[in-house]
Design a protein around this ligand. Structure first.
Ligand code: XLS
Ligand code: NI
Ligand code: NI
Length: 442
């Protein structure tokens, strides 16, 4: 078979993945993701904007603290960094196109190694983004978001914009400037800030207040620069409670929203919610989505899952219909994602070493989201779900409850109401009924 794009075909024997319906036996087909199918007024494709994460998918060779990588990706073989970067990009675009997706996401250093100096790094990024622009033009693939890796290099061991050494803060700024330039050049629809090492290992050596002020000042500078240079997309903050630092400043959605409000960043920034970060914060995924949605800040999703038996960011591909259906209920009821999409920030297991495993992983994750969306939409349209929840609050729909909601009550009025209504009857929460409803519609 001839390569779809680029000079060489990396995923031989795999052609474009198509929707074949739920009864197909073909493991290299979508069973639920039918990109042009309309759900709740939008096509699945518009609804989700599925994206491939450059770092895990193209560069994640399976190393862990106990051993080196297990995967030998043919696009990482070249010694010369420029050639290795274009090989990797050819593989990336072939993969995205074969999955029939339209988006990708990257960190600056995923595209090309940074080299020995800031000058060299800037030059390399310029080179590879020229190449990416061509690949995008030919394939129609777009950039969902770009970001800068401000956590891997040893210079960032004490943080980036919250580093106690101003030279490091400045270097982080230089890197974000380049990553913003790259994102703008490639028509990136959003830009992400994940906290990396913005946090602390010990309060004994940390001036937390000062570091948070620095973080805000830094984000304002980034935003001003990007806006001045024509970036109209949304900035996302991706909350995470811990790892790599003991305490990450962007702990969870609530913490980030408080920060954005305090430092006057709320008009330009929204949230990128990652499943496994939610669970690390001892929340559910749907909780974090709902918190963001409450504020109109549900921007984007990093799709993955953790492990019930341990507390790491294991970044596995999503498989759980019950979990994702609950998430899709939140998403549908809040009107969808604001600007972002579903980025698979997920990696193959270390012992999944075939190139085709990358396809199985993405197909599985995509189908879980597609199927959950259909189930959630069905529940909303064809069940008592909405009504049951609404009924729980009926005591606020009229009379004193309504006056309370409208702010017309004083504490003394509550006292008077309580005096006359002391015979409180239990009202069932009906949780099991609602849980059964989800399983029925699955
Ligand atoms: C790490 C984060 C990271 C961001 C992008 O846990 O999920 O991959 O999504 O910097
Ligand atoms: Ni992420
Ligand atoms: Ni993560």
């Amino acid at each position: 078979m001839r390569p779809i794009i680029g000079d060489r075909e990396y995923f031989e024997g795999i052609s474009k993945i198509k929707y074949e319906g739920k009864d197909t036996d073909n493991p290299l087909a979508y069973r639920f993701y039918d990109k042009n199918r309309v759900v709740a007024g939008k096509t699945m494709q518009e609804y989700f904007k599925f994206a491939v994460a450059y770092w895990h998918t193209l560069t994640g060779v399976g190393s862990d603290p106990f051993g080196i990588g297990t995967k030998t990706f043919p696009w990482l073989k070249e010694e010369y960094p420029y050639k290795r970067a274009t090989d990797k990009m050819d593989a990336a675009f072939e993969f995205i196109t074969k999955l029939d997706l339209s988006y990708y996401c990257f960190h600056d250093v995923d595209l090309i190694d940074e080299g020995g100096s800031l000058e060299e790094f800037s030059k390399r990024l310029n080179f590879i983004t020229d190449y990416a622009k061509k690949k995008q033009d030919i394939s129609g693939v777009k950039l969902l978001w770009g970001t800068a890796n401000l956590f891997s290099h040893p210079r960032y061991m004490n943080g980036a914009s919250t580093n106690p050494d101003f030279d490091v803060v400045a270097f982080a700024g230089a890197q974000v400037k380049n990553a913003l330039d790259a994102t703008i050049k490639l028509g990136g629809e959003n830009y992400v800030f994940w906290g990396g090492r913005e946090g602390y290992m010990s309060l004994l050596n940390t001036n937390m207040k000062r570091e948070l002020d620095h973080l805000a000042t830094f984000l304002h500078m980034c935003k001003d620069y990007a806006r001045k240079n024509g970036f109209e997309g949304t900035f996302f903050i991706e909350p995470k409670p811990m790892e790599p630092t003991k305490h990450q400043y962007d702990f969870d959605a609530s913490t980030v929203i408080g920060f954005l409000q305090k430092y006057d960043l709320i008009d330009d920034f929204k949230l990128n919610i990652e499943v496994n970060h939610a669970t690390l914060a001892l929340h559910t995924f749907e909780h974090e989505l709902q918190v963001a949605a409450n504020h109109g800040l549900l921007g984007s999703i990093d799709a993955n899952r953790g492990d019930y038996q341990n507390g790491w960011d294991t970044d596995q591909f999503p498989v759980d219909l019950f979990e994702i259906t609950q998430a899709m209920l939140v998403l549908l009821q809040s009107g969808g994602l604001k600007g972002g999409g579903i980025n698979f920030d997920a990696k193959l297991r270390r012992n999944s070493t075939d190139l085709e495993d990358l396809f199985y992983a993405h197909i599985g994750g995509i189908d879980v989201f597609a199927r959950s969306l259909l189930v959630a939409n069905d529940i909303l349209e064809n069940s008592e779900f909405v009504n049951l929840r609404k009924m729980r609050y009926y005591s606020f729909d009229t009379g004193s409850g309504k006056e309370f909601e409208e702010g017309k009550f004083k504490l003394e009025d509550l006292f008077q109401h309580a005096l006359q209504n002391q015979n409180i009857q239990p009202i069932s929460g009906k949780q099991e009924l609602l849980e059964n409803l989800i399983n029925k519609f699955i």
